[in-house]
Design a protein around this ligand. Structure first.
Ligand code: SF4
Ligand code: SF4
Length: 72
C-alpha cells in the first residue's frame, strides 16, 4: 500500500489524481485511506514533493521461535 509522509503540504494534486477517492485532506497532511486504495500508483508521480511512497505490507512476521529458551 501507499502512504503519505509528513512533508506533504496538502497541495491536493494527489486527491485530484486518485479516481477512487482514496485520499482525504487532513489537518496537517493528507492521508491515504487504506480501505479504498488499490495501490495503483497513479498518485505517486503527481506529487511535487515525492512524499507518496510505497510501504511494505506488514504480513505475518511474528517470530516463530518465541518459546525457545530455558526449559524446566
Ligand atoms: S500531491 Fe503530495 S504534497 Fe500534494 S497533497 Fe498529495 S501527498 Fe501532499
Ligand atoms: S495508489 Fe491509486 S488508489 Fe491509492 S491513493 Fe494513489 S491513486 Fe488512489
Amino acid at each position: 500500500m501507499f502512504v503519505i509522509l509528513d512533508k506533504c503540504d496538502r497541495c491536493g494534486f494527489c486527491i485530484v489524481e486518485c479516481a477512487l477517492n482514496a485520499i482525504e485532506m487532513g489537518k496537517v497532511i493528507n492521508r491515504i485511506i487504506p480501505e479504498r486504495c488499490t495501490s495503483c500508483g497513479a498518485c505517486v508521480p503527481v506529487c511535487p514533493l515525492g512524499v507518496i511512497v510505497e510501504q511494505p505490507s506488514q504480513a505475518n512476521d511474528a517470530p516463530a521461535d518465541a518459546a525457545s529458551g530455558t526449559a524446566t
